[in-house]
Structure formats: structure tokens, C-alpha cells
Design a binder for this molecule. Structure first.
Ligand SMILES: [Fe+2]
Length: 443
């Protein structure tokens, strides 16, 4: 066996494990070269278990059904006499079989024994994100971090993960401190950049957020597959300035365009941005239609409801109400007939279907239905994952439906809640002015 980038023993030839080590670095920097490097490692030595496992993890972390099937096929029949490698294979099998929560637990056990297994930590971190488990998003990293050499060049990404977990748990000061120090040590650490950006978003420090991202454009805007998501954050900051052309320019350059690869995790941010613009009554031209086409081209087999929700947004936005209702019906059938042991089933049952119904109802102008679907689950949306910032699209939808549908008391309450945590948000203030124009003065 040969040692990888973290000193962990790996099955396979020296050349294959060397490629695996390069791929590990690419992965933590979100560089697309990771795929080619792993494919080459597998071609170099088909018996390099961790190259095969890493390639399968990338497929799973795409959150897409087609990639998941390909990932399962890639490791089908692969076994290892090494306990760590076999634990990876078992965890991959658990997720590919639909049990993302079991997968996360298996990775936790793996990390107890091998805290420097960056791939296990990275995959576990993404699972905690997909499952909306903010506490473990933080604590999984805390548990593994002690096993790291703080001088390791990838340690900044561990801190980036910790900073993001702290942020999602609401510990903004510590998240910003750890995130900024990671960025200072490694300017290209896009995950650490992203963690700082989340703090600025949650604290309504929009101008600082714009300045922070603009000053580091060279570090995040190209050469990594987090650029669309960090671009989305920049566009969301710009929306607070009502800089709609600026937000749309970012959409065209980074989120979705003719040459976009059609990755669901990018397309969902594209949907989220256009949805926010549409809620504000901004004309987005033909962008919804192009995005709806891209969503329609994907296999609709229920696998990760957060993707379905953003497909529904695109169908509604493009005026394809029938397609939106069809996707809702597909989720309703999945809830009746799907496997309750699947993580996605819990997500659909917990809040996913309600959110889907609300989006479709908003699309057909049925504000009462949108409110009655979304209001009861508005505190439980984390069940289907994503960040607080991403899920704000649903909170905004509920507020807009309450306002448009004349649910004045609920609208006032929702807006008071928003103003309590983000009093300086221009969007919140704008809605407040609108509401006061419709109803009694705010308290
Ligand atoms: Fe984010």
C-alpha cells in the first residue's frame, strides 16, 4: 500500500495513489480537474480502491439520481481488506441505497479512527448540508479537527468547514474569525471564502459582502465549481442594493448560460436567484424559459427534493404551470409509494411537498393555498437541506403570498421576525413600507 496526501495507506500502485493525492487537493479546492485526475488514477490501476471511491463520492455529492446510479455502478463488486477503504465503500453504498443519514453515521465512525481522512470529512460535511443538520455541520468538523496537523496545506479547508458550520449554527463572530484567518492563510480556499460570505449575508452586511467578494474575484470566480454558488451570493448581496442589472449580469456570466454544464447544484441557485427577482417583479427576460428547459432535461425520479423545488420554481417562472403541477404530483405519489427509509422521503414528508405545493400555488395565483401549505412548515424547512440563505427564498415566498393574499396579520408577523434579525436589510425595509401602505402602521 502507498500513502496518500494525508499519510493514509491506500490500495493501488504508486502512480495511481499519487494521482489520488493530487485529486484530493483538487477536491478540497473545488477544482474540476479532480474528475480527470481520478479517472486517470482508475485507468492507471483499476484496483486503486480510494480513487474509485472518491470518484463515486463526487457522483453522490452531485445530488443527482443519474450520477448516483453511475457512482453505485463504479463501486459495485469492489471490496477492500483495509477497514478504512471498506468503510468508505459501505458509506457509499448506504447513500446510493437512499439512506443518507446512515451514510453520515458511517462516515462519523470512519472519522473517529481516521480524523485526517479529508475525503470522509468533506463527504460528511456535504451530507450534513444536504440533510440540513447544522449542528453536525459544525460538530463533525470539530471532532475531526484535533487529529489534523495545523500546518497541513489543506487545514484551511477544515477551518472553512468549521466556519460554515459555526455560521449555520448562528455563531457568527467565531465563524467570521476562523473563516477570515483561513482565507488569509490560503487566498484560494473557496470554501473558507464562502463561509465568510455567509456570515456577511446573515448579518445583513451586504456592502461588506460585495467588497469582500469583489476584492477576491481572482480567487473564486474561475477555475472551481463553487464559482456559481459564490456568484449567487454576490448576486443576492446586489439584490439588497436593488442592483437588478448587476445581479442578472452575474446570472448570465456564472449561474446559467448556453454553455452551462447543467449541474443541478448550480441550476438550483440559478432558480433561487430568478425566483427572488420575480418576487420583486423584475423582468428576467427569457432566462426562466432556458432554465426550465434545462430542468426538464433532467431525470425527474425523486432523489433530492431540494432539486425538485428549484425545478418547480423554474417551471412556474417560465409560465409552465402544468409542468410544475406534474412535479408536485410526482412528489405526492413518491410520498405514498416511496421507501420511508430513504432520506429523501423524510425530506418530502417533513416539508418538501408542502414547499412544492406552495410554489405551484404561488404560480397559479392561489395565495391562500400557498400560505396554508408553507406557513405550518416554515420552521422546519431545514429538513430538506440547503443553507439559511438559500432557504430564505421560501420565507420570502410565504411573506409575499401573505401580503398579496391579504393575510395582513401573518405578513406583519413574518416581517417583524425578519426585521428583528435583519433590521438593516433594504429588502425587509422595502416590504415594510409596502405593508404599512396596505395596513396599520408597524409597531
Ligand atoms: Fe452558500
Amino acid at each position: 500500500m502507498h500513502k496518500d496526501r494525508y499519510g493514509l495507506a491506500c490500495t493501488g500502485s504508486a502512480a495511481a495513489v499519487q494521482r489520488l493525492s493530487r485529486a484530493q487537493e483538487h477536491l478540497l479546492r473545488f477544482r474540476p480537474e479532480v474528475v480527470e485526475e481520478l479517472d486517470n488514477a482508475i485507468a492507471e490501476d483499476a484496483g486503486c480502491v480510494m480513487a474509485r471511491a472518491a470518484r463515486a463520492w463526487i457522483g453522490l455529492m452531485s445530488s443527482e439520481w443519474a450520477d448516483t446510479r453511475a457512482a453505485a455502478e463504479l463501486v459495485a463488486g469492489t471490496r477492500s481488506i483495509d477497514a478504512r477503504e471498506q468503510a468508505h465503500l459501505d458509506a457509499i453504498h448506504a447513500w446510493a441505497s437512499g439512506d443518507m443519514h446512515a451514510c453520515g453515521r458511517l462516515l462519523d465512525a470512519l472519522l473517529d479512527a481516521h480524523p485526517r481522512d479529508a475525503l470522509a470529512l468533506y463527504a460528511g460535511h456535504q451530507i450534513d448540508f444536504f440533510c440540513g443538520d447544522a449542528v453536525n455541520l459544525r460538530d463533525r468538523v470539530v471532532r475531526a479537527r484535533r487529529g489534523w496537523d495545523t500546518q497541513h496545506p489543506d487545514f484551511t479547508t477544515v477551518d472553512g468547514m468549521l466556519a460554515f458550520g459555526l455560521e449555520e449554527c448562528g455563531d457568527y463572530a467565531r465563524a467570521e474569525d476562523i473563516g477570515r484567518r483561513a482565507v488569509e492563510r490560503n487566498a484560494d480556499d473557496v470554501w473558507a471564502i464562502h463561509a465568510v460570505v455567509h456570515v456577511l449575508e446573515m448579518q445583513a452586511r451586504f456592502d461588506e459582502g460585495i467588497a469582500f467578494l469583489e476584492a477576491r474575484r481572482a480567487n473564486w470566480a474561475e477555475g472551481n465549481f463553487l464559482n456559481a454558488h459564490n456568484g449567487w451570493h454576490l448576486a443576492v448581496f446586489l439584490l439588497e442594493r436593488e442592483d437588478h442589472p448587476g445581479a442578472l449580469a452575474i446570472y448570465d456570466r456564472l449561474l446559467h448560460h448556453a454553455a452551462s454544464p447543467g449541474i443541478a447544484l448550480e441550476m438550483l441557485d440559478a432558480s433561487g436567484l430568478l425566483w427572488r427577482l420575480s418576487l420583486d417583479g423584475v423582468d428576467t427576460g427569457g432566462r426562466w424559459a432556458a432554465l426550465a428547459d434545462a430542468w426538464a432535461a433532467k431525470d425527474p425520479t425523486p432523489w433530492y427534493v431540494f432539486n425538485d423545488l428549484h425545478a418547480i420554481m423554474a417551471f412556474v417562472g417560465a409560465g409552465r404551470q402544468a409542468q410544475a403541477e406534474q412535479r408536485v404530483a410526482l412528489l405526492e405519489r413518491y410520498l405514498r409509494e416511496g421507501d420511508p427509509g430513504h432520506a429523501n422521503h423524510r425530506m418530502v414528508a417533513g416539508a418538501g411537498l408542502a414547499a412544492a405545493r406552495a410554489l405551484a400555488a404561488w404560480g397559479r395565483g392561489d395565495d391562500d393555498a400557498a400560505v396554508s401549505a408553507l406557513a405550518p412548515v416554515r420552521h422546519h424547512l431545514s429538513v430538506f437541506g440547503g443553507s439559511h440563505a438559500q432557504r430564505d427564498a421560501y420565507q420570502r415566498t410565504l411573506l409575499c403570498a401573505a401580503m398579496r393574499g391579504g393575510h395582513g396579520t401573518l405578513a406583519r408577523q413574518l416581517l417583524d421576525e425578519r426585521l428583528a434579525v435583519k433590521p438593516d436589510s433594504p429588502w425587509n425595509r422595502m416590504r415594510d413600507r409596502q405593508l404599512r401602505g396596505l395596513n396599520a402602521p408597524a409597531a
